[in-house]
Write a protein that binds this ligand. Structure first.
Ligand code: ANZ
Ligand code: ZN
Length: 830
């Protein structure tokens, strides 16, 4: 190539050119294409999870986005209509916390950070359709987030109720369970307390069944993610049973997966927060119960569910009646029973449930065996295995178990006949708490009027703008609640004075529909056109971190189903294929600014270039795996590019295709080189489809080695030219700048990135063969092809039986046959 390889000169030049050419801008489909998608090119919608605009990108980010970019460029070369959008998950706590710390308003900082990150995305050569850029914190976007909230509200899928929440006294915000780490706020480390607040929820539980069942329709999701979703939904089959309270009309309902063990229920346990606790508690126990409730409220659910923690609890002094045998059993409260699951109350069967067993032992409560098995060791632990029902009235003798003719089904039937219980299915999944008492989010579009009650903001009044001039620093109420200009409004119903809702929405709401917005990003009359969404959806390939395996993906699936039911979109699952990338570690820790072990993209690109970075991050290991950063590895990737530059010299003819004339016309070295090249095509294509990106790089490295060796012997031949062209095309998605530059220097037309992806010629990927010249008395009579591993006798026999040789041999048996290995057979006749 001309001049030195200089990535700092080449890369920005091509980046600007690609943008100007709008190579990666996806046009809206035409009416004809929407009516019949097969009338146009195949669509390929791929996206990476949109980032929070933190401002800085490091090489870990480069890896994530390069994985997606390779796919974008590859599918483009396959002639598909690729949609690759990008946007900003720009609302949320970090911006607000940063603002509190250094006083810069999120509305000022966010666009600055967005511009910074966009610059770095371009610098790494990642191509997006920027015309479809979305920013969840701008009114043109959150207007529709609010609009969708109202649609869910209309359908009863958004509702308000009082609920105990995790509350961080310092951040003054409600925390999701996952944001509580060992009882402390994930962000600031403050001890979390429980607080009862009136909160907005989305009724995701109405979709529990579909969210669970439809996982079966997603075979291209990582199994581990599907399993995490299944467990999170947590479907549980069992029964509800009502226990009358002694001396009261009240009943306590329990949920049990083992209604067959009712005869072994020797006490009952309520969650400390259970609403009947106070009514049940006897006067003598009031103080102890109160103290215990206080203690329990300080613990997180995770702590309460711990199986190693010593059991604690106190008796309420009240009794319940076991409906199966009329026996009175004591009612306790204990923290191992959670209010948010089932009914918040259990019947305790210490003989067959280990938690109840430990509890009964600690407090000397009776243990009654109802499933008998020779293997059970009730002196040591509860028995949860198989056996035969005993001490169980009508169930005696039946085999214990959930199957047909077994105890659980029999117990449910019996309970239903008696009218004291019924079979039921419950889910662990809870409704989605979306209220945040914070400033930097989409205001919930609701108005409270003393005369008319709760009123949705009329559609025409959207967006409810987030005011910019508020004191967002913490202290008492939420920032919006302290802003009278925001709070005070008029009732849309009666026109009287009214107050606005001051909670903002969880940022997971913003990210639950952005993939739909990309299909019609600038629409200001509706969140997106249905026909555009139907054309592009589902996302063919979604790429993101495993940390989003549960919440974000569950919420996005819920939104898609709810919008489907509203007739806004046809699909019911948003993401056809999901890929979760691994992380980059350095010095043993995840690369992150807070750990101080980052290699910033700017530094890397300014020294070794974006292409070397892209090549290296892919070469480091399979994209799904965690990998460790190495400076030497990065240097190696850079050296490969210098070598590529030096090997592809002027004189390479990008149009040469000797392979199209067949293998027999080629000398053995050329044939071997083209075999390497065509096999590389097959391998790299397959590697891309299966995310074995690291082996793409090694395949291309081996291919370059073969080319260097060949060129040393033969110089630039048509076969070398063909191999060079193939290598450039295969590397184009991975190292887009250097390949574009070489392509142009060698006289290539247009961008290399819109050239068709090469097709492997089957003749050159079959097992290697040699072409052997057959001579009779030193004169060439024919060429034969033999397997490369054929031995001397086989080659000689093939030469002697050759149709063009045969006529010479008819009357003259050969006097000698000489084989020059790999080259020729000379037959000597008289
Ligand atoms: C009696 C019993 C006997 C139970 C037995 C189990 C074994 P999964 O499978 O997770 O749904 N349970 C119910 N509600 C609870 C709550 N709010 N907090 C803590 N534990 C609760 O578990 C259901 C079982 O967990 C229920 O069945 C109940 O204990 C307990 F041999 O009832 B079982
Ligand atoms: Zn009113």
């Amino acid at each position: 190539m001309q001049g030195r390889y200089n990535p700092q000169e080449i890369e920005p030049r091509w980046q600007q050119w690609w943008q100007a050419q709008e190579i990666y801008f996806a046009p809206d489909p035409t009416a004809a294409e929407m009516a019949d998608p097969s009338s146009g090119p195949r669509k390929f919608y791929t996206m990476s999870m949109f980032p929070y605009p933190s401002g800085d990108l490091h090489m870990g980010h480069m890896r994530n986005y390069t994985i997606g970019d390779v796919l974008v460029r590859y599918h483009k070369m396959r002639g598909e209509r690729v949609l690759s959008p990008m946007g900003w998950d720009a609302f949320g706590l970090p911006a607000e916390n940063a603002a509190i710390k250094d006083g810069i308003h999120p509305a000022i900082r966010t666009p600055q950070n967005v511009a910074e990150m966009k610059r770095q995305f371009e610098k790494m050569g990642a191509m997006f359709d920027w015309r479809r850029e979305v920013n969840s914190s701008t009114p043109d976007y959150y207007k529709w987030t609010q609009w969708l909230f109202l649609k869910l509200y209309e359908r009863g899928l958004a509702y308000k109720r009082k609920a105990p929440v995790n509350w961080c006294p310092k951040d003054e915000t409600v925390l999701a369970n996952e944001q509580v780490v060992n009882g402390h706020c994930e962000r600031c480390g403050t001890q979390v307390i429980k607080r009862d607040l009136s909160q907005w929820f989305f009724k995701i539980t109405a979709y529990a069944d579909r969210l669970l069942n439809d996982l079966d329709k997603l075979p291209d999701w990582p199994e581990r993610v599907a399993t995490m979703q299944r467990n999170w939904i947590g479907r549980s089959e069992g029964a509800e049973v009502d226990f009358p309270i002694v001396g009261s009309d009240a009943q306590v309902r329990v949920f049990t997966t083992r209604p067959d063990t009712l005869w072994g229920a020797t006490f009952m346990v309520l969650a400390p927060e259970h609403p009947l606790v106070d009514a049940i508690t006897s006067s003598g126990q009031r103080e102890a119960v109160q103290a215990y409730k206080q203690e329990a409220s300080k613990q997180t659910e995770i702590e309460r569910m711990s199986t190693v923690k010593e059991k604690t609890g106190v008796p309420t002094g009240g009794y319940a009646i076991n409906p199966v045998n009329g026996q009175q059993i004591p009612i306790w409260i204990a923290d191992y029973v959670l209010m948010g699951y089932g009914t918040g109350a259990i019947m305790a069967v210490p003989a067959h449930d280990q938690r109840d067993y430990e509890f009964a032992n600690k407090f000397s409560l009776p243990i009654i065996e109802v499933v008998s098995s020779p293997e059970a060791k009730l002196e040591i632990e509860a028995w949860a295995g198989e056996g035969k029902m005993v001490n169980s009235g009508p169930l005696n003798g039946i085999p214990a178990g959930k199957g047909e003719g077994q105890s659980v089904k029999a117990a449910i039937k019996w309970l239903e006949e008696q009218g004291t219980g019924r079979g039921t299915v419950i889910f662990r999944l809870r409704d989605w708490l979306i209220s945040r008492q914070r400033y930097w989010g989409a205001p919930i579009p609701i108005i409270y009027c003393d005369a008319c009650g709760m009123q949705p903001v009329p559609e025409a009044d959207l967006p409810v703008l987030l005011p910019l001039d508020v004191a967002f620093k913490p202290g008492g109420e939420s920032p919006l609640a302290r802003d009278p200009n925001f709070v005070n409004t008029t009732c849309p119903q009666c026109g009287g004075a009214a107050r606005r809702e001051t909670d903002t929405m969880d940022t997971f709401v913003d990210s639950s529909w952005y993939f739909l917005r990309y299909t019609d990003a600038k629409n200001d009359g509706t969140p997106f056109r249905r026909d555009y969404a139907d054309y592009w959806m589902a996302v063919d390939q979604y790429i993101g971190g495993i940390e989003h395996a549960i919440l974000h993906l569950m919420y996005a699936r819920f939104f898609t189903k709810a919008l489907h039911d509203m007739g806004m979109v046809s699909i019911e699952e948003p993401f056809q294929r999901l890929f979760t990338q691994g992380m980059v570690y350095k010095d043993g820790a995840k690369m992150s600014k807070s750990k101080g072990n980052v290699v910033p993209i700017d530094n890397f690109v300014d020294t070794l270039g974006a292409d070397a970075g892209r090549l290296y991050v892919l070469f480091m290991g399979p994209p799904a795996d965690d990998v460790e950063w190495s400076d030497q590895g990065a240097q190696g990737a850079s050296r490969f590019l210098y070598r590529l530059w030096a090997t592809l010299e002027q004189g390479v003819d990008l149009k040469a295709r000797p392979s199209s004339e067949g293998a027999t016309n080629l000398d053995n070295d050329s044939k071997a080189l083209l075999r390497v090249a065509h096999r590389a095509i097959a391998k790299v294509s397959d590697n891309i489809e299966r995310y074995h990106y690291n082996t793409i790089v090694s395949t291309c490295m081996e291919m370059l080695n073969s080319m260097v060796e060949y060129k040393g012997k033969h110089g630039i031949t048509p076969a070398f030219s063909e191999a060079a062209t193939i290598l450039l095309l295969l590397l184009a998605p991975v190292t887009p700048h250097i390949t574009e530059e070489i392509w142009h220097q060698l006289g290539g037309e247009g961008s290399i990135h819109v050239r068709p992806w090469p097709a492997a010629n089957p003749e050159f990927i079959a097992a290697p063969e040699l072409t052997i010249v057959v001579q009779v008395n030193g004169k060439v009579r024919d060429r034969i092809t033999v397997p490369a591993e054929a031995d001397e006798d086989t080659v000689k026999a093939a030469a002697l039986s050759n149709a063009k040789v045969q006529p010479y041999l008819n009357s003259n048996p050969p006097t000698s046959v000489v084989y020059v290995a790999g080259k020729l057979v000379n037959i000597v006749i008289k």
